[in-house]
Design a binder for this molecule. Structure first.
Ligand code: 13P
Length: 253
């Protein structure tokens, strides 16, 4: 048994206008009211809907994260948004290193090594995504890939701060494909990631939350997420509907 509070996070990706985000933020709190003492619930809207979402959530104990951030506080970086800018909006965290950003927008481990400490310095919770592609899994390179990402991305986080990071294990082949990892596959990868953190700090490895992401749906969430050691879920497509997302929150308990 652990004392880690499970996390269930909605990654909306490039979905929802401001009115749509506000409607979700009003609908969700009553649907998850009974879970909030046991599950930390997060919503990750696009930049344009962050302020609307924090405002519409009001006093509800639901946290809001961005989907990306720059590692510098300010500067000539056209199109980028910094961690202090997010904190000023009342945002609580930022997803960093999502595989869509790694694959489609050339996000590098070097950049992530700067983004994770920058998020922490601004008081944001970094939700760091790692995971192997299908080619890497089939070539037997899953552990080498996870090792490379976890070691590189956390290299400049102090051991004492590691437990403030949330890691999302998101196998690329399971994202948006309808093909979720089995709970055995998820547990195996998450235990491996936890062991990598333990190389740095046993206390951090015990405390850090490591969640699973990839085709989590209301129909499979209880099955995939039930084993000890999986500290919740990062949900894409099924998080766009408040009822579906609330059902997954309940499964994260
Ligand atoms: P899906 O749940 O749509 O597979 O997306 C997972 C994901 O990428 C969450 O960050």
């Amino acid at each position: 048994m652990t004392n880690r509070t499970p996390i269930c996070a909605a990654n909306w990706k490039m979905h929802k206008t401001r009115p749509e985000a506000a409607a979700f933020a009003v609908a969700l709190p009553p649907l998850v009211a009974g879970e909030l003492e046991r599950v930390e619930v997060w919503v990750c809207p696009p930049f344009t809907a962050l302020a609307t979402t924090t405002e519409a959530l009001g006093e509800a104990a639901i946290r809001v994260a961005a989907q990306n951030m720059h590692f510098e506080d300010s500067g000539a970086f056209t199109g980028e948004v910094s961690a202090p800018m997010l904190a000023e909006l009342g945002v609580d965290g930022a997803i960093v290193g999502h595989s869509e950003r790694r694959q489609l927008f050339a996000e590098t481990d070097e950049a992530l090594a700067r983004k994770v400490p920058a998020a922490l310095a601004a008081g944001l919770v970094p939700i760091l995504c790692v995971g192997e592609t299908l080619e890497q899994r089939e070539a037997g390179d899953t552990e080498a890939t996870l090792r490379r990402q976890v070691e590189a991305d956390l290299v400049d986080v102090a051991d004492d701060d590691l437990e403030r990071v949330v890691i999302a294990y998101e196998p690329v082949w399971a994202i948006g494909t309808g093909r979720n990892a089995t709970s055995e596959q998820a547990v195996e990868a998450i235990e491996f990631i936890r062991a990598l953190v333990a190389v740095r700090s046993d206390a951090a490895a015990e405390a850090i939350r490591i969640v699973y992401g990839g085709s989590v749906k209301p129909g499979n969430a209880a099955d995939v997420l039930s084993p000890n050691g999986i500290d919740g879920a990062l949900v894409g497509g099924a998080s766009l509907d408040p009822n579906d997302f609330a059902a997954i929150v309940a499964a994260c308990r």
